[in-house]
Design a binder for this molecule. Structure first.
Ligand SMILES: Nc1nc2c(ncn2[C@@H]2O[C@H](COP(=O)(O)OP(=O)(O)O)[C@@H](O)[C@H]2O)c(=O)[nH]1
Ligand SMILES: [Mg+2]
Length: 205
């Protein structure tokens, strides 16, 4: 199916916070109750519609590598958007958010325009909450991130987290704030290429 743009997404955060489950819920509308590092796929894909434009999201998962601190630079490179996930019931996963952010920005390779959404996952476990919504919001505000609390179990805000960040990337494209020739994580699709001036395209495109 044709699309206007393809956005490369990455999901980061401590092991066990629900990254693979968020991806599975978004692409497959399923929940995986057992934490199994080997279940992580390399990436999942889904088409969304923003305004009238079809946008293909290609979402990369760490596939368990985060547990061994062995995520490679190529994982971060050329990401249009990132979900930075912590678990609202485990304080230490929130404490590590700052170092994930630092790592992501270090590895971004001059792509300073990555859209980052801070995600407090497992909102269905409110009775075991160890990080307040306000703290999450505050951290996001101070660091220029979008913020949302989600549940990969109940699907609460899963769709919204992806759609809101996709809209943010799309707005940046509209404003000309994303340089498509750099490794921005945004690839124009055939739909969009047809609207561009053919003289400006590389030969063979
Ligand atoms: N209650 C609840 N459990 C969740 C949620 N998201 C993930 N889990 C559970 O948390 C564990 C780790 O999830 P997983 O996606 O493998 O974490 P990852 O290491 O960050 O990829 C699994 O047992 C999931 O079933 C959620 O929103 N609510
Ligand atoms: Mg995983």
């Amino acid at each position: 199916m044709s699309f206007a743009y393809k956005f490369r997404y990455i999901v980061v955060g401590d092991t066990g916070v629900g990254k693979s489950c968020l991806l599975l819920q978004f692409t497959d509308k399923r929940f995986q109750p057992v934490h199994d590092l080997t279940i992580g796929v390399e990436f999942g894909q889904r088409m969304v519609t923003i305004g009238k434009k079809k946008i293909k999201l290609q979402i990369w998962d760490t596939a368990g590598q985060e547990a061994f601190r062995s995520i490679t630079k190529s994982y971060y490179r050329g990401a249009a958007a990132a979900l930075l996930v912590y678990d609202i019931t485990r304080r230490e996963t929130f404490n590590h958010v700052a170092s994930w952010l630092e790592e992501m920005r270090e590895q971004a390779d001059g792509n300073n325009n990555i859209t980052i959404m801070l995600v407090g996952n497992k909102s269905d476990l409110g009775q075991r909450r160890a990080v307040s919504t306000e703290e999450g919001e505050q951290f996001a505000k101070e660091n220029g991130l979008a913020f949302m609390e989600t549940s990969a179990r109940t699907r609460h805000n899963v769709e919204e987290a992806f759609l809101q960040s996709t809209s943010m990337v799309y707005e940046k494209i509209q404003e000309g704030a994303i340089d498509l020739s750099k490794c921005s994580g945004v690839t124009p699709g055939v739909d969009e290429l047809c609207n561009l001036d053919r003289d400006t395209l590389p030969s063979g495109a």
